[in-house]
Write a protein that binds this ligand. Structure first.
Ligand SMILES: [Zn+2]
Length: 411
């Protein structure tokens, strides 16, 4: 048989160490065959036991407000007005401006191995639908490299801002496939959450809400989210992002929450870069971490993912769009350094995120799209531990990026 490309002797992500190395044949846009010592012809690349994973998934990122440090700096003196600093410059977000910044961020994501993305888009009156329109165009233009879906939400309050509600409805009628929220910035947390579920039912879309950001376990909104998920029959279609408050729960209470999340089908996305940067600003020493323990939630049966969230804005004035670096950051902070723990963490960038996004056509299996990344590592755990370099990426069988390893110049 002849194929377009054969990756020889690859370690397929998620397979046990004693599984033989595999040859992966790509034909057209799809994976055509997987077997050891595949008898086939075509262009051959030797993997030498290197890890080949499905493309990484950025399950929670804000393209529209990325790369704005030139116009609003992070709060000085460990201030907490991140949202207001961004809000103040949003009137200047033209469609062209959002497109240009988001394009740069997407390209950085692609060269770091990401080939699927859920981006949030905020529809507050100071930005209107301009960001959403820019991201729709970008998603169409970059389909060759990445599948982008748009989650629309109110960053600056919903129940008290009717124009934002109208913008959400407009966007949901025009291509938005997920409804999000930020009830922490709404005078009526419960009111916003209820409205989100109503919109989700009306437009038959999934839900992904910024939730429970804070340094204590007071006033957690997750109980209402679980209640409504059950009431609306939306299990498996609801995710919450951050959950910094869950990092403050004693183990027995975290177990109870985990059981409830698993039972109702609510997933959690941990966003370590932003959480570490923003949390604990009320403390002047022994500053809390505020990063939820995704591994502990996983052990309760909860689906979890890790993601970048913000890039180069007041919420997180850092970022290289590398998910494997985020995974390493999380593992370091959550003190999860065991081989199995880090293997689980790699899955929070890949298969678990795919489940969260309900991407059924995902993974390294015959017949599925050839969305692949070749790593300078041999296992997912090693990739997390070493912040391994992604060497090549493929989207639907076509190479989308490559990078070379550094070379020592010996004397
Ligand atoms: Zn976010």
């Amino acid at each position: 048989m002849a194929f377009d490309l054969i990756l020889r002797n690859a370690r397929i992500a998620g397979t046990a160490a004693d599984t033989p190395l595999m040859d992966i044949a790509v034909d057209g846009e799809s994976i055509a065959a997987i077997a050891p010592h595949l008898e086939a012809e075509g262009t051959e690349w030797g993997m030498n036991g290197r890890l080949v994973s499905p493309g990484l998934i950025e399950s929670h990122i804000h393209l529209d407000k990325s790369r704005i440090m030139d116009r609003c700096t992070a709060a000085p003196d460990r201030g907490t007005d991140h949202m207001h600093r961004v809000s103040a410059v949003k009137p200047g977000f033209t469609q062209e401006d959002v497109y240009a910044r988001a394009k740069e961020t997407v390209e950085q994501c692609v060269v770091n191995g990401t080939s699927h993305m859920r981006t949030h888009a905020e529809l507050d009156p100071n930005g209107g639908l301009r960001g959403f329109e820019a991201l729709k165009q970008l998603a169409a233009d970059y389909r060759w490299a990445i599948d982008i879906e748009i989650c629309v939400f109110a960053q600056e309050g919903l129940t008290n801002v009717p124009e934002t509600d109208a913008n959400l409805v407009t966007a949901l009628k025009n291509g938005a496939t997920v409804i999000g929220g930020a009830p922490g910035y709404d005078p009526d947390h419960g009111g916003q959450i209820r409205r989100i579920f109503e919109l989700a039912r009306e437009f038959d879309v999934d839900i992904d809400i910024h939730l429970d950001v804070g340094p204590t376990i007071d006033d957690m909104d997750i109980h209402l989210v679980c209640e409504l998920t059950a009431e609306f029959g939306w299990g498996g279609r609801v995710a919450v992002g951050h959950g910094t408050k869950y990092s403050c729960l004693p183990p027995d209470q975290l177990q109870d929450l985990g059981a409830r999340l698993a039972d109702t089908g609510v997933a959690v996305t941990v966003l370590p870069a932003t959480d570490l940067f923003v949390m604990g600003r009320h403390q002047d020493h022994s500053v809390m971490r505020g990063v939820a323990d995704a591994n502990a939630l996983l052990a309760c049966g909860v689906n979890c993912s890790l993601s970048t969230n913000n890039v180069l804005n007041p919420f997180t004035p850092f970022g290289d769009c590398s998910l494997i670096r985020i995974a390493n950051l999380y593992a370091n902070v959550a003190q999860r350094g065991g081989e199995d723990e880090m293997a689980d963490i790699f899955e929070m960038l890949t298969t678990r995120s795919a489940r969260l996004l309900r991407r059924e056509n995902y993974g390294i299996e015959v017949g599925k799209p050839a969305d692949l990344v070749v790593w300078d590592a041999h296992t997912g755990a090693e990739a997390v531990a070493t912040i391994a370099r992604p060497l090549h990426g493929f989207k639907r069988g076509r190479e989308t990026f490559s990078q070379s390893l550094p070379e020592l110049q010996r004397p």
